[in-house]
Design a protein around this ligand. Structure first.
Ligand code: KE4
Length: 431
């Protein structure tokens, strides 16, 4: 493959956009080389400006469950577009999408749409603090909940990628209210509860931002019990796992009920969206019913709502969707692991619904410390080898991959074959 156009495009972008990208992880710093500049996409494929074709296992970091240019989502967007793009006034589309979300998940009486996962988690925390009249929050090392100040502490995703777990520019006066616990370690949570009255615990119940690391059921059950004991709000950040792990997100796996949940990605069908919701006793504190302020110019905009309605309607009418995608995800990860084993390359793999993850690690990964022991250089070699053979994986060891609906057994077998070649090339020192 040649990347001449992307190299030129990246150099030009860097003249006017910081780092040449609008989100840091896209800069390929963790894996090296030039990120392909994407020209177009269709179904499971991405096409870059050099006309290279890739099977896309990133799907815009999760939103594109139905792949690129899905006909139903496209026609819903076109029909809506003809009536306008945004009104800054209520529409029945928002009500319809809210009902589809509430019908699918557990424990959401009311919700509010915003334009990103960051806004959703930031707003949920503000609500929890108002509800409990407490300041301190607990988050987990390696979990990423967007880039609002109080959450950029030992975060995952791009921050973990850069090995800069906290960001400059955030006052200590903000982060001193953020207590850090260790994922899947209930004693570390108890230690935090002993330090201050806790407004809320926020967690990715299926963590996707330190690589894919699901919480253990008993850990979530104990988390629920601790929040009940202390009168603290339990927030499940399902921005990534919502409608990706199952139609009801993590609930299908753990049956643990949060007080507030956050969503994003899939619920917007590929357009900018976020949402937060939960028990009405908490949600009713939100303006204009209550005093907790939160707002947004394009919140609930018709285009994102229409695309989300199309996506969630397709999900509601496809009872075997997540079973099929999980089967393909397991097939892919089994294939990767067998190919790596045959070259004596240690690989740990995980699957939850349409989400998959793999770590170049000699031991299973249960928390961020484990994840950070992964061989990120080996990951970078594998990533580049796959990219140059037409497989587009998440460009960091601390991210998650996705199966999309248009993928089939043939696509997975082809990907495994390519991965097997790459592992052989690595073992021979040619990558
Ligand atoms: P956004 O603000 O990027 O829409 O959502 C933030 C967010 C919140 N919660 C979870 C669990 C998330 O995974 C995210 C965003 N995910 C990353 C991918 N790891 C977005 C990709 C990026 O930052 O470019």
């Amino acid at each position: 493959m040649q990347f001449t156009c992307s190299i030129n495009d990246f150099n030009e972008a860097k003249q006017v956009i910081v780092g040449g990208v609008d989100s840091p992880v896209r800069a390929f710093k963790a894996v090296g080389g030039t990120p392909p500049f994407i020209h177009s996409a269709k179904g499971i494929y991405l096409y870059d400006e050099d006309n290279n074709r890739y099977i896309d296992f990133v799907q815009s970091w999760g939103p594109l469950l139905f792949g690129h240019c899905d006909a139903d989502i496209e026609s819903a967007l076109i029909d809506t577009l003809k009536k306008g793009t945004s009104y800054g006034a209520p529409t029945t589309l928002e009500t319809y999408l809210a009902k589809l979300i509430i019908a699918a998940v557990e424990g959401v009486d009311k919700l509010r749409f915003v334009n990103s996962g960051t806004e959703a988690t930031m707003s949920a925390i503000r609500l929890a603090r108002a509800h409990t009249k407490r300041d301190a929050i607990i988050k987990f090392e390696g979990c990423y909940h967007g880039h609002s100040d109080c959450l950029l502490v030992q975060a995952g995703s791009g921050l973990a990628t850069f090995g800069a777990p906290s960001s400059p520019g955030i006052p200590d006066s903000i982060t001193r209210h953020t207590l850090l616990a260790r994922y899947n370690d209930i004693e570390s949570v108890r230690d935090c509860f002993a330090k201050a009255p806790i407004a809320c615990v926020i967690i990715e119940p299926i963590a996707g931002n330190m690589g894919l690391v699901p919480a253990k059921t008993e850990f979530l059950q104990e988390l629920r019990a601790l929040c009940d004991e202390h009168g603290s709000v339990l927030i499940f950040d399902e921005v990534m796992s919502g409608f990706r792990a199952s139609r009801s997100g993590s609930f299908a796996f753990h049956k643990v009920q949060a007080d507030l949940l956050t969503f994003g990605k899939v619920i917007g069908g590929g357009l900018p969206v976020g949402a937060f919701g939960g028990k009405d006793e908490i949600m009713h504190l939100l303006s204009p019913e209550g005093a907790v302020y939160q707002a947004g110019t394009l919140s609930g905009n018709p285009l994102a709502m229409a695309a989300g309605i199309a996506a969630l309607s397709k999900i509601a009418h496809d009872s075997t969707l997540y079973e099929r995608l999980e089967t393909l995800a397991n097939q892919l990860m089994d294939g990767f692991r067998q190919a790596a084993d045959s070259q004596r390359i240690p690989l740990q793999t995980t699957v939850r619904g349409s989400m998959f993850g793999f770590f170049f690690n000699t031991a299973p990964v249960n928390n961020f410390d484990d994840a950070q022991k992964s061989d990120t250089k080996m990951f970078a070699r594998f990533f580049r080898g796959c990219l140059e053979r037409g497989i587009y994986l998440a460009c960091s060891q601390f991210e998650t991959g996705f199966i999309s609906v248009p993928m089939n057994n043939e696509h997975i077998e082809m990907t495994i074959s390519i991965a097997s070649d790459v592992f052989k090339e690595i073992a021979n020192g040619r990558i």
